[in-house]
Design a protein around this ligand. Structure first.
Ligand code: PMT
Length: 321
């Protein structure tokens, strides 16, 4: 293990010790292990997609927290395209952010689309979808049920930064058994700052104590141990979000250089739904939607995932000539 990796690992272990294991994580970790074992035996490729923002609590009994803009669109949409390409997918997402399939029904109010179906000559009633909404619901439901029948999708939830980091590590370690068949697509918007447990007040911060001054510490970067130690043979894609266009390419290249993984997808906050840049060791490739494609509802993730799948295929064939 290199000195740099040793250092990062120590930093990260300290983070996990400081921030006790969140309760629901063990169950999610076991589900992930079982899912990965199943797909290892069936010979499938597995994509691990992270999605949504992380919550950083300000109080032990949390009333307030720091959040970010991410709605989890990139991860949810990309998951559907990975499934279409035949991948099994572990979708690690922030609770209440967008999910694959149900995102298509996001504009519908559950109670407005249902009606009671009273069965003649009986006291039993059932609930059915109103006929106007049937085509839309049926379409999504059929695809979802087909995917779930094949055990192709596992959805795991996190809320806080600690939960995210814990599950990222646990799933990555489990994925390492798949070698180059594992693909990590890290689209979550992870907080760079947090308050360690021992510096966090237990109870709600009182405004009667005057203006609030916060001191946040840096979250250890997980990319180094992830790429070098947890899943060294996997195909890893990280994302780089910027708001200043002049920094996008240089920051993406810097990330690739620093962590030595396979692809960085760079995107700008304002234009992220219509253009991204895919940066690898040898090239920068802009992926864009034309005005016509935008008007037809083409999703940029369909193009990003196609490109990633091609690259992953090449990566696997280089490894196993
Ligand atoms: O969810 P949407 O609203 O659809 O938006 C999608 C998106 C803009 C969030 C997505 O496309 C995106 O760019 N995600 C990454 C944004 C980001 O916060 O990047 P970053 O610069 O903080 O981190 C860069 C990479 O390092 C990320 O892949 C992250 O997984 C990783 N990281 C981050 C923090 C940390 N402590 N350790 C890490 O390794």
């Amino acid at each position: 293990m290199s000195k740099v990796t040793c250092f990062k690992m120590a930093e990260l272990e300290a983070f996990f010790q400081e921030n006790s294991l969140p309760g629901t994580c063990t169950k999610s970790e076991n589900e992930a292990k079982e899912f990965i074992k199943y797909h290892k035996d069936t010979g499938n490729h597995v994509a691990f997609v992270t999605s949504g923002g992380t919550k950083v609590p300000l109080e032990g009994n949390t009333v307030r927290y720091i959040d970010n803009f991410s709605i989890g669109m990139r991860g949810a949409v990309s998951t559907e395209y990975f499934l279409q390409h035949g991948y099994a997918v572990i979708f690690l997402h922030r609770g209440r952010s967008l999910e694959p399939f149900t995102r298509h029904l996001q504009n519908l109010r559950l109670l407005d689309i249902l009606e009671v179906n009273s069965i003649e000559h009986g006291s039993n009633s059932s609930v059915v979808v109103k006929s106007d909404y049937c085509p839309q619901v049926l379409n999504v439901l059929k695809t979802y049920q087909d995917v779930m029948k094949k055990r192709q999708l596992l959805m795991l939830e996190f809320n806080t930064l600690s939960e995210y980091l814990y599950l990222l590590k646990a799933c990555s370690l489990a994925l390492s058994s798949l070698g180059n068949r594992a693909l990590l697509y890290l689209a979550a918007a992870v907080s760079d700052f947090y308050i360690p447990k021992d510096k966090m007040p237990e109870h709600k911060i009182q405004s009667s104590e005057g203006p609030l001054q916060l001191s946040l510490e840096l979250v250890p970067k997980m990319m180094a141990p992830l790429v070098m130690d947890w899943v060294p043979d996997a195909f890893v894609i990280s994302f780089k979000l910027e708001t200043d266009p002049s920094l996008l390419i240089s920051k993406s290249k810097q990330a690739l250089d620093r962590y030595q993984h396979q692809v960085v997808i760079g995107n700008l906050l304002d234009t992220r739904k219509r253009e991204v840049v895919s940066v690898t060791k040898d090239q920068e490739n802009w992926i864009r939607l034309t005005d016509k494609e935008l008007s037809l509802g083409v999703e940029i993730e369909s193009k990003i995932v196609s490109e990633i799948v091609e690259k992953h295929k090449k990566f696997c064939s280089h490894d196993c000539p």
